[in-house]
Design a protein around this ligand. Structure first.
Ligand SMILES: [Zn+2]
Ligand SMILES: [Zn+2]
Length: 442
């Protein structure tokens, strides 16, 4: 047995060696060493990531007010020897880590803002923070999990900074404010970060980001090539009629009946006019206001709602059709209407080729059974702006405890949004491994 077995091993060794030399790039061995280094260093980082996350969770800050969080981030990145720029788009932090060898540039992004939500999760580090928002006193909570994004990316920075000699290229760390949107009149978030040079000097060749999500269990990673998260546009329609006595409608123009026709008419844009098999779209009216008593037909009615789309062409098309439908129905009643469409975030589109290339990395990091091809989601995300500037992939990372039924888990933005922190090491390893694999060539 011994002799024959030995001969077989020798033969296998020779052929595998020959194959590897032919098929893999020169620094294949370096790549594997770097991958092993990521795992060793990430394991050490895990308790730190959890500690940062709890600290940030207990001290949440609303968009454009993330001064404490940004200071924590900047101090950490400086201690790692990175080139750090602060005050980008108010509180944003951008840092550059130059590897020991030349190569491409990868950007990694975390958002830092919390939401005006009163926390109802029973953990020792629950938020008790209160602040003013739109003139009201509100609680503040990391109900979307951006605390975990910051902590994971701080951990990734430490993992990669400690092995920079092994990195063939540059890593850019982007900590941005105000992903959740801002009160009227304020600017911020990804779009403003880009305007203030977040993608300049050096310009990234690829961008990656993760979002924790209640619809996946801790340990799982979700991905989707192409359109992934919706564009979100807001509309305000003001129907102008002519005020009259409720008993004498023929003496005026009734904007309530006209607005009702508009609500129903606009639903036919989605169902009758858009190519529903191409991409889904949604048009929802969220509020109607008009009138103040039973026997007065008012002068005006205001409709306010949201449009969700997964294709920029369809997005522009719905804009036109909505204006046409509203104008046509108003005219038929002898009324007029103003349509104001306030553009929100674009469609978040994961680069299909890059997404396909990173799936093996995801499977290696999380395990094949834990990598899920997921459906499109109708919320929006300002990571979309980065993906307009460089090929990118935005991923979902599960944080619902494995024993919890996913349909019963409190969703992101809920006051009961709960994070199983075991998911964070998977998120951090995912970002670190994507970076290393991209730099070595996918
Ligand atoms: Zn959110
Ligand atoms: Zn979010």
């Amino acid at each position: 047995m011994g002799k024959r077995h030995f001969g077989w091993m020798l033969a296998l060794g020779t052929s595998v060696g020959g194959l590897m030399a032919a098929a893999l790039p020169a620094h294949a061995g370096d790549r594997e060493t770097a991958q092993a280094t990521v795992d060793t260093r990430a394991a050490v980082e895990q308790p730190k990531i959890i500690a940062w996350r709890r600290d940030i969770h207990e001290h949440p800050e609303l968009g454009n007010q993330e001064t404490r969080t940004a200071a924590l981030v900047a101090k950490h990145l400086k201690s790692l020897g990175l080139e750090v720029r602060t005050g980008v788009a108010k509180t944003g932090v951008v840092a550059v880590l130059r590897g020991g060898k030349p190569g491409p540039v990868v950007a990694l992004r975390a958002d830092m803002d919390a939401l005006p939500v009163v926390e109802q999760v029973d953990v020792p580090f629950a938020s008790k923070v209160k602040t003013q928002y739109n003139g009201q006193e509100v609680g503040v909570m990391h109900a979307c999990g951006h605390d975990t994004h910051v902590a994971m990316l701080m951990g990734v920075a430490e993992v990669l900074a400690g092995m920079k000699d092994q990195l063939p290229g540059t890593v850019k760390f982007i900590f941005q404010p105000a992903e959740e949107g801002l009160p009227k009149g304020e600017v911020g978030g990804a779009e403003q970060m880009l305007k203030e040079g977040a993608f300049e000097n050096p310009k990234p060749d690829a961008v990656f980001g993760v979002h924790v999500i209640s619809t996946l269990h801790a340990g799982d990673v979700g991905y989707r090539p192409g359109p992934f998260m919706a564009a979100a546009d807001e509309f305000v329609i003001t129907v102008h009629g002519k005020q009259s006595h409720g008993a004498l409608p023929w003496t005026g123009v009734d904007p309530i009946v006209t607005a009702s026709q508009i609500v129903l008419g606009m639903q036919t844009i989605e169902s009758r006019q858009m190519e529903v098999i191409k991409e889904p779209s949604i048009l929802s009216v969220g509020s109607i206001h008009g009138g103040n008593r039973n026997n007065i037909i008012p002068d005006t009615v205001t409709l306010n709602g949201t449009i969700r789309t997964f294709d920029e062409g369809m997005r522009a098309d719905i804009d036109k059709r909505l204006r046409r439908t509203v104008a046509g129905i108003a005219e038929s009643a002898g009324a007029t209407a103003d349509v104001d469409i306030i553009k929100g975030y674009p469609v978040t589109i994961n680069n299909p080729e890059l997404t396909a290339k990173i799936v093996p990395t995801l499977q290696r990091v999380a395990g094949k059974d834990h990598v899920k091809l997921i459906d499109k989601v109708t919320p929006s995300e300002d990571f979309s702006f980065y993906e307009q500037q460089a090929p990118g992939v935005y991923l979902f990372v599960g944080i619902t405890p494995p024993e919890t039924d996913l349909s019963k888990a409190a969703s992101n933005h809920s006051p009961k949004f709960f994070v199983d922190e075991s998911g964070l090491i998977v998120g951090a390893r995912t970002l670190a491994h994507l970076t290393v694999d991209y730099l070595y060539g996918l």
